[in-house]
Design a protein around this ligand. Structure first.
Ligand code: DQA
Length: 135
């Protein structure tokens, strides 16, 4: 699950986020895990849609876990943190960039305390490591 502005990956601040777009990252991940897991990919720029999706997926027994890049909502959204706390499915927090080496406002994650764990700073590999953590 991907949050705001991640649809612009590849064009958005490539010095920080790299030149791969979200579709390329997803395709690589699907290929890497083709024999191990059935993955789904989703993105929204809207806080409420992310919360709805967490509620939906979080009680769906078909899923093993959720990998979430909440984008800037990571640092601001108590509502997303509450949604994660409200569901039984484990959520792994991911970030392409190392949020702790960036501006101080990004050093705080409101969702980290309610996630199973957090992976930050490995580019597209952050997603791969997060999936691995759930298997
Ligand atoms: C991000 C880091 C956030 O601070 C930022 O707002 C993003 C992307 C990352 O993947 O590195 O939108 O989650």
């Amino acid at each position: 699950m991907n949050g705001p502005n991640l649809n612009l990956l590849g064009r958005r601040e490539p010095g920080i986020y790299g030149t791969d777009n979200l579709q390329t990252i997803a395709a690589q991940l699907f290929d890497e895990y083709r024999d191990e897991a059935e993955l789904e990919w989703w993105q929204s720029n809207h806080e409420g849609s992310i919360i709805d999706k967490l509620h939906e997926a979080g009680y769906d027994e078909r899923y093993t876990g959720i990998v979430l890049n909440a984008g800037a909502y990571t640092h601001t959204s108590l509502a997303i943190a509450d949604a994660i706390a409200a569901i039984p499915l484990p959520v792994v927090e991911v970030h392409l960039s190392n949020i702790f080496s960036r501006e101080p406002i990004r050093h705080t994650s409101l969702i980290a305390p309610v996630c199973m764990g957090s992976i930050s700073g490995f580019g597209a590999k952050s997603y791969s490591l997060a999936v691995r953590a759930l298997l």
